[in-house]
Design a protein around this ligand. Structure first.
Ligand code: FO1
Length: 314
């Protein structure tokens, strides 16, 4: 029995988590999810990355967008539009039920970890999904055109078009790791950093309390979200360019240097393996683009087999 902890955020992370859940017994997989994208909208506590992972595992996610629900209706959203209300963040009717329930449970005094477990139980998700912290953390992106933007304003309202200057995690210094999350990491055999945005989805998780130290003590591999100098989805390659760094799998591996023992990258980037080895990281080449359920499961198996034969500190 091999205990796996996956760190995930965003659509790419959720896709790999789906594949991992297909190859591992539910009790052997724990997913620690970025919550720095969370925000309060219409007075509702919205946790996009927790919901995206939960919906993928419940097999009720919208496969086209990667977020939100399948078979969604937009009656409430349409009425809000008639009221000329805020409409840049689309909230479907089915999705709204989760936001309403999460907000009610949090207001009753439960923490986000317990609320997430309750919602997963109600959706029949057996894999353990845990927020990176029960405390509030907000990613703020500083841009050339608008100055500081809350994450969802940068990502959704402005479609990550503004020029990236820097970012920070508001509240990170007081954010604690839930004791059960800490135990899950300490009891794990392998940690997998999913192909999520390194700065906006993974580094918030590693920045919580002593998370980075906890994870660095474990055998850890990461999957590149950059393939052929481009991101599959989202602003990762654009942010690299705005940092004057060439977007590459190697540059992602460098971000995780000191934390990871192995790095999984796409075959198209095979020329970068020597650079990755020079960082003391073992590369593994495979097809990393997940376009259907089969490829999610196959990638998960490739990663698990690769990590299982690595030794800590190689
Ligand atoms: N992303 C969009 O690009 N447009 C939206 O209108 C949108 C709504 C939305 C509603 C609920 C939810 O859980 C996610 C939603 N997302 C939307 C995706 C979300 O902004 C991103 O998935 C993450 O925050 C970034 O990883």
């Amino acid at each position: 029995m091999t205990k796996v902890v996956a760190l995930a955020g965003g659509v790419g992370g959720a896709k790999l988590v789906y594949g991992l859940a297909k190859i591992l017994p539910a009790g052997d997989l724990t997913v620690i999810v970025n919550t720095a994208d969370d925000f309060v909208h219409f007075g509702l506590n919205i946790s996009p990355d927790l919901d995206t992972v939960m919906y993928n595992l419940a097999e009720i996610s919208n496969e086209q967008t990667g977020w939100g629900r399948q078979d969604e209706t937009w009656n409430c959203f349409a009425e809000l539009d008639k009221l000329e209300s805020v409409n840049w963040f689309k909230l479907g009717d089915r999705d709204l039920a989760i936001h309403l329930e999460r907000t009610k449970l949090l207001k009753s005094g439960l923490n986000l970890s317990d609320v997430t477990t309750m919602l997963c139980n109600k959706l029949g998700v057996e894999v353990c999904i845990r927020p990176m912290s029960d405390d509030i953390v907000h990613t703020i992106v500083t841009t050339e055109e608008y100055g500081d933007l809350p994450f969802q304003d940068y990502f959704v309202k402005y479609h990550f078009e503004p020029k990236y200057i820097s970012h920070r995690f508001f509240g990170i210094h007081s954010a604690k790791i839930n004791p059960d999350t800490r135990i899950a990491i300490q009891n794990s055999d392998i940690i997998i950093i999913c192909p999520s945005n390194p700065w906006l989805s993974v580094l918030p998780i590693l920045a919580v309390e002593d998370m980075k130290q906890l994870i660095s003590q474990k055998l850890c591999v990461a999957v590149s979200p950059i393939v052929g100098n481009e991101a599959i989805k989202g602003p990762a390659a654009k942010i690299f360019r705005e940092m004057n760094i060439n977007p590459s799998a190697f540059e992602v591996a460098k971000i995780y240097q000191g934390v990871i023992d192995g790095f999984i990258l796409d075959k198209v980037d095979s020329s970068e393996c020597d650079l990755i080895r020079a960082c003391g990281i073992i590369p593994m080449l495979t097809e990393t683009i997940m376009k259907d359920k089969y490829s999610k499961e196959r990638l998960a198996k490739d990663i698990f087999d690769f990590a299982s034969q690595l030794k800590k500190g190689n």
